[in-house]
Ligand binder design. Structure first.
Ligand code: ZN
Ligand code: ZN
Ligand code: ZN
Length: 366
């Protein structure tokens, strides 16, 4: 991926291991591997594992059939390669790169089968989650990453504008979701990742799976969708209404809109992330809907749709420039309707850059 300094990221990971007194880091096929090397093979039963140590060269253990693919990855020149054929046992190869004792960090997304086999091969090692080492590195986006996230957000906004110009009333949720998925790609995403279209009572379920329900007059429709641009994700939500808004929908939308604005207004480097959640939650609580805001205010985003940091009550993580996360308060009234508004923001020295630009107003569509 052009513009990314993978050797620098590998050095930063090694330094973080040293600082945390960890003897090694084992990274399976996962977004962590893509972050460190630019290599993103499909996770599978054949293990691919990067081993990073505080001082030695990073080594990538790969199945022989994928060695050419791995060698061509952006960090290829910075890696030592070891390959294994299907008739051999790969775990001793990885184990030989690890110390016999001490603490080894392992990527959060490793398959259970791979970790169990490794643990049996080096019984003297104590295992730790690599998230504590890699999470803070991945949370601070560099300029290239911020640009990819901006491009993804702009493409998602354009997809929304176009879908709202097409007929919604009389269509099924699945129809609209398919249209959105196509538009995400048309407007610049490499692929669509998810398209939630939740109408009427279905809008009260935050992660509703689109179904054949016909969207009708007076329905609130929550559209929450995203895809990736060069591996970096968009994720935005707008709630619209078909033809005419019932009075309570109008009132609830105004509360969520205000909660969203209050949360964005608090964001700046140096504050605790929990206070962003508190800003949104206090608006909704004051309006009497506190029990209907059933999730945290947001999540980090980058190479994964959900990644650290998490915008939740009482979390003391300090905001630093370059952190990117969603702000997505919602109110959900089971059996009736739901409202959510979501944008991706980037923390700057003085405030927040809001990456999504489409109107947050309650728009009426035909
Ligand atoms: Zn969600
Ligand atoms: Zn979302
Ligand atoms: Zn989200």
């Amino acid at each position: 991926v052009g513009g990314v300094d993978h050797p620098q990221r590998l050095h930063a990971a090694a330094a973080a291991l040293d600082a945390a007194a960890l003897a090694a880091l084992v990274v399976p096929a996962s977004p962590d591997l893509a972050y460190l090397t630019g290599y993103a093979p499909m996770p599978m039963e054949r293990p691919t594992m990067l081993v990073v140590t505080p001082h030695g060269p990073p080594t990538l253990v790969v199945p022989t059939l994928e060695r050419p693919l791995a060698a061509a990855c952006p960090a290829g020149d910075s890696l030592t390669f070891l390959d294994w054929r299907d008739d051999t046992d790969p775990y001793p190869l990885v184990a030989a790169l690890l110390p016999p004792t001490g603490q080894v960090a392992v990527g959060d997304r490793i398959w259970g089968s791979h970790l169990l086999a490794l643990q049996a091969t080096v019984p003297g090692v104590r295992w730790a989650a690599a998230g504590t080492v890699l999470g803070p590195l991945r949370a601070r986006k560099d300029e290239w990453e911020l640009d990819a996230l901006r491009r993804a957000a702009a493409a998602a906004d354009a997809a929304l504008e176009e879908v709202l110009g097409t007929p919604i009333a009389g269509c099924t949720e699945i129809d609209v979701a398919r249209r959105l998925a196509g538009l995400l790609v048309d407007h610049g995403h490499d692929s669509a990742a998810f398209t939630i279209v939740a109408s009427g009572p279905n809008a009260a379920s935050p992660h509703h799976e689109p179904e054949r329900r016909l969207i009708g007059s007076g329905d609130a429709v929550v559209m929450d969708f995203g895809g990736d641009v060069e591996g970096y994700y968009s994720d935005t939500t707008r709630t619209i209404v078909v033809e005419q808004a019932p009075p309570e929908l109008r009132a609830v939308h105004a509360i969520v809109h205000e909660a969203h604005a209050a949360a964005v207004a608090t964001i700046r480097a140096g504050i605790e992330i929990g206070s962003v959640d508190a800003a949104a939650r206090s608006v909704i609580e004051a309006a009497g809907y506190g029990d209907s805001f059933i999730h945290r205010t947001g999540h980090g985003i980058g190479l994964e749709v959900h990644e650290p940091p998490y915008v939740r009550e009482g979390d003391h993580t300090e905001l630093t420039p370059g952190m990117t996360f969603s702000v997505e308060p919602g109110i959900y009234l089971p059996g009736r309707f739901g409202v959510r508004i979501e944008d991706i923001v980037a923390v700057t020295a003085t405030g927040a850059e809001v990456l999504n630009r489409s109107s947050r107003a309650l728009r009426c569509v035909a």
